[in-house]
Structure formats: structure tokens, C-alpha cells
Design a protein around this ligand. Structure first.
Ligand code: DX5
Ligand code: ZN
Length: 217
């Protein structure tokens, strides 16, 4: 599996987004956290900001929708420039209809599950999904601690689908990236570990190297 690092701009300086994107030009994906203050107790950014970022960045956008009704917004995020559109299994929209709409729009569909959500809820959609996002913190905020108890869910998906992208999000740092990689994850979101570093590009390389060594052990 190809290892991909997806830095979360949630931990970046929103007043200087263009220069922050320049500091992570070696990233494989750009992880953009969209929160509606309803699905999670926090509000971040929406489609207009993503459209503005798209004009200054060529790296694919990995858009993580932490919103109650993703079906109603996938068209707007597609138009804004999302490449992967990831929504939560715990949302209020119809899951199958939302996956189909994302595919119809020509984007890559992904489903995210919170730490306490049973992995079985995504299994019936695996054949249509480009990626599954296994949250290793409660969604809503950066800078939380990685929950190791979530790792068996990654192992289960990897056993069923050796080829699918499995992303982990929350508390991923130079050490926990190896735990997630050993369990079978290959796409790693990191906010604090990248933007909390003096050199975000070096942090991306270290995360990638550590994940690769864990997988090749
Ligand atoms: C949390 C977000 C994450 C967050 C991760 O709800 O989905 O993407 O930015 O931040 P760190 O890497 O600091 O845990
Ligand atoms: Zn996220």
C-alpha cells in the first residue's frame, strides 16, 4: 500500500493559509476539517475557503466533513475543489445516497467512523469507497491523545480489503504513526505533529519514514 501523509490545516495559521500550504508542499494530501457546530461542538471553515485554497495549491484535497447533513453539501464541496469527500457514518443523511452522489460528482467517497462506532457499519459500502477514515480521537478538536483501543477496527478492515485506503485521524505523531501503520492504516492525518514542528516538511518526511519502517518490519 502506498503511504500518504495528509497534514490537517486545522492546526495551521488560518491568517496565512497560502504560506502554510507552501510549508507542506511535500504532502500527499491536504486534510481539511469542516465542522458545523452541530455534529461536533466546534465550527471551522466551509466551501468558500476551500475554493480559495484550491487556487493556490495543486495537492489533492482530503475534505473531512464533520457535519450533520453531508448529503446537502457534497455538491458545494465538490465544486469548491474537494478530491476526496469523507463524511461520517453517524450523520443524519442517507449513507448510500451520499456515497452515490459523491461518485456521481466524480469525486472519491470516504466514510469516517468515530472511536465508539462499530466498524461493521461501513462494511456494506466498502466496495464503493475509496477510503475509510478510522478516528483515533473524538472528532472536533486537534491536539488530543491517540486512542490505541481503536486499532482492532483498522485490522478488521485491512483483513477484508487489502487494497483500500485506510486513514487514521487524531493524535497521530512520530510514535503513534507506527502503531496505526502496523495495524494496517496507510493514510495518516497529522495536525499538531506537522504544524507544531519548526519545519512541517521535515515532520511529514519523518512521519512517512516511520510508517514505512513499521510496515516493512
Ligand atoms: C479532529 C480532526 C483532526 C485534527 C487532528 O476532529 O478531524 O483532523 O485536525 O489533529 P491532531 O493531529 O492534532 O490530533
Ligand atoms: Zn480530520
Amino acid at each position: 500500500m502506498e503511504i500518504k501523509i495528509s497534514p490537517s490545516i486545522l492546526s495551521s495559521d488560518y491568517a496565512n493559509l497560502q504560506s502554510e500550504l507552501d510549508r507542506i508542499s511535500n504532502a500527499d494530501l491536504i486534510h481539511i476539517d469542516v465542522m458545523d457546530g452541530h455534529f461536533v461542538p466546534n465550527i471551522t471553515i466551509g466551501a468558500p475557503v476551500i475554493a480559495a485554497m484550491k487556487k493556490v495549491c495543486d495537492i489533492p484535497f482530503d475534505v473531512h466533513l464533520m457535519i450533520s447533513d453531508p448529503y446537502d453539501y457534497v455538491d458545494a464541496f465538490s465544486k469548491a475543489g474537494a478530491d476526496i469527500i469523507c463524511f461520517h457514518a453517524e450523520c443524519e443523511s442517507n449513507i448510500a445516497a451520499t456515497v452515490d452522489r459523491i461518485i456521481f460528482l466524480g469525486k472519491k467517497p470516504a466514510i469516517a467512523i468515530k472511536p465508539d462506532t462499530d466498524v461493521d457499519v461501513v462494511l456494506e459500502y466498502l466496495d464503493k469507497l475509496a477510503m475509510v477514515l478510522v478516528m483515533t480521537v473524538e472528532p472536533g478538536f486537534g491536539g488530543q491523545s491517540f486512542m490505541e483501543r481503536v486499532l482492532p477496527k483498522i485490522r478488521k478492515i485491512r483483513e477484508m480489503r487489502p487494497d483500500i485506503d485506510i486513514e487514521v485521524d487524531g493524535g497521530v505523531d512520530f510514535s503513534t504513526v507506527t502503531l496505526a501503520a502496523e495495524a494496517g492504516a496507510n493514510v495518516f492525518v497529522a495536525g499538531s505533529a506537522v504544524f507544531g514542528s519548526d519545519c512541517p516538511a521535515d515532520a511529514i518526511e519523518t512521519l512517512k519514514n516511520n510508517a514505512e519502517s513499521a510496515i516493512n518490519q
